[in-house]
Design a protein around this ligand. Structure first.
Ligand code: AMP
Ligand code: ZN
Ligand code: FE
Ligand code: FE
Length: 287
């Protein structure tokens, strides 16, 4: 039994619908899937129905862009209450900021002489949480760039002329919000963010787990983060971070997390519920 706990749909910057993604999950034999769209949980309702129909366990989740000591990091919130009022109002704020950021990126492109309308990006994105991939797709659609890579390389990568920094929630605030909404907070793809030195501070802020397995982690990287998870008594998670097709194949299926890790997540939530929602103190790290 395997799980993929890092997946995006077209409710953020993925290309598959929840039904298409679930169809791939079923074909690949997954027992559990988590939907981790950026700054939105609007795809969770449809994904839950699709998974129930396919006999797959569904975990409602989201991926938050956070920062700590000027380091950008992504935090995954799992088993979130999709009706939690403060979580929904915070997500709504992130979505408004994302939409403003699209307008700023388009204004920068226009200033560079690239004709593009923000409305064209919004129409193409057709979701509450638009991002740079949608701007890139709009540039390709408008024949201003030949490929998505060209759009990122010329305009959208950090430091390029149409790049606009993204709003980031502080990591302790994100962890507290995830806990308030009944969830578990997990550091996403740590190898992509050079964030090892802040892991102790994240653990002190209550972080529950580390995404040791990720499609862009090497075997050595997996091992490295498994050791860190063991040292700090953290949950181990993993996922493909599938946004759709990658090199001619769906990225889902490239990471298969043994289901026992999902069980450990549920066991921790059950212990927390028994403790009356109170914070369980993690044991001291192993030296
Ligand atoms: P945003 O959240 O708007 O900053 O966009 C980040 C997303 O852009 C990531 O989740 C990636 O899927 C995508 N992305 C980042 N860099 C590139 C790139 N060089 N080529 C294609 N997609 C990229
Ligand atoms: Zn993404
Ligand atoms: Fe991420
Ligand atoms: Fe992701």
């Amino acid at each position: 039994m395997f799980a993929d706990l890092h997946l995006h749909t077209n409710f953020s910057d993925g290309t598959y619908t929840p039904e298409e993604l679930t169809g791939h999950g079923r074909r690949l034999g997954f027992a559990a899937l988590a939907l981790t769209d950026h700054d939105t949980m609007e795809g969770c309702a449809r994904m839950a129905v699709a998974c129930a129909t396919a006999g797959i366990e569904f975990i409602p989740a989201s991926e938050f862009t956070a920062e700590h000591e000027n380091i950008e990091l992504h935090l995954l919130g799992y088993f979130l209450d999709t009706t939690h009022p403060r979580l929904l109002s915070e997500l709504a704020k992130f979505q408004i900021v994302r939409q403003q950021r699209i307008r700023e990126m388009v204004a920068r492109l226009n200033a560079l002489g690239i004709p593009l309308a923000a409305e064209a990006v919004f129409a193409l994105a057709n979701c509450a949480a638009p991002g740079r991939p949608h701007v890139a797709r709009a540039l390709v659609q408008a024949k201003q760039c030949a490929t998505l890579d060209e759009a990122f390389d010329r305009f959208l990568k950090k430091g390029k002329p149409a790049w606009v920094p993204k709003f980031k929630i502080s990591a302790p605030d994100a962890i507290a919000l995830i806990h308030e909404a009944g969830g578990l907070a997990v550091l996403a793809h740590p190898a992509l963010n050079k964030s090892d030195h802040i892991i102790p501070a994240l653990v002190a802020a209550g972080m529950d787990g580390i995404e040791c397995f990720h499609s862009r982690h090497s075997t050595a990287t997996n091992e490295h983060y498994l050791m860190i998870a063991d040292q700090y008594h953290l949950l181990v998670t993993g996922g493909s971070d599938c946004h759709g097709m990658n090199k001619g194949k769906p990225l889902i299926g490239t990471v298969k997390l043994p289901y026992s890790h999902v069980q450990q997540m549920k066991d921790l939530l059950a212990r927390r519920a028994t403790a009356g929602g109170g914070k369980l103190v993690n044991p001291a790290p192993r030296s």
